[in-house]
Design a protein around this ligand. Sequence first.
Ligand SMILES: [Cu+2]
Length: 396
Amino acid sequence: MSNLRHLRIAFLTTVLATVFLVGLPLPKIAIPPKAAAASFNLWGSVASANGWGFTSSTTNPGPTITVLPGESVTLNLYAQDSITHAFCVDYEATPDYRCQTPTEPQSPNFSSSTTATTYPFTATTTPGSYTYFCVYHTTLMYGRFIVLTPDFSISSNPSSLTLQQGASATSTITLSSINSFSGTIMLGASVSPSGVNPSLNQTSVTLASGASHPVTLTVTVPSSAALGTYTVTVTGTSGSLSHSTTVTVSVVKPDFTIASSQSAITINPGSSGSSMITLTSVAGFSGTIALSARGSTSGLTGTLNPASLSLASGGTTTSTLTISASNTTALGQYPLTVNGTSGALFHFVSITVTVSAPTQTPTIPIGTIIAAGGVVIIASVAAIGYFVVRARRKPP
Ligand SMILES: [Cu+2]
């Protein structure tokens, strides 16, 4: 009985612990960026062709080896000519072709054309363009050894903002490490011409090697700001490195546009045609727009259905324009204007209306009339002849 009770307690404890652990968010484990590592196969030769190669085909100077500062480099060394060589990087600005170990990395001797001699070393942390060479065949076997300069990039998304007076919006500024850059970047924002206010949620960012970091730029437009275009520049500085990105800010008045699906329409006197009128909100406009149509002659009328529309911010709405010409409208071309009014805002669109005579039924060509007449005559003669013959045959 006591055993069963213990089991029950153990079971409940396990269930409770599981429920508790599952409910907890997973701990966020920061994974450090993988240390940069590079591997090269390198062949050396002084027999048929002097120099070095990433394949058994060698040249002098050899191929350029490019690495990151402090990178772990592994060389798989082969002697294409089976002669003894040794690889070294000369870190002097002007190479002296002497390997000053341990500051200058020197590989073991290698002489096999089939089995690689593996040589791992760590590249200098000082960026620059250096020379590698064979310890035994110096100027017959050398090449460029480049240690890239760490840097960072800065970019904005979106790179342009359209705002009305009194509004604000954000753009994401992204800082990214290039060539194993790590360090602190100081950030600043400026605007030209002055009038809108940029602000950053961080003024310094510490980047790890290979990492990216977003910063939020908020642009606030005072209600008194002049309409126009402003350029916000965000500059990041780290030591001697400096990069910037821009965000273009357009300050506009809320407004609307008016358009017609047809710019020209042809109708007959006494009939009608139609076109679709489209209203579009610009820069956050919202409100009621009254529509009216006016023809340049009394015989032409335009009616809109609906004649009053409410337009939402960022929206589009349509109304059907019906154009009618009276029976007495003189033939010709007339402009017809559709006006849209909302408070002090006014826009219009013009449509060219052509009032033309209805198309006539085509007249029958004279040849057809003559031919038809001929058929009638022949048929009549034949009919008369038939009755005459029949009358004669019949006995009285
Ligand atoms: Cu050599």
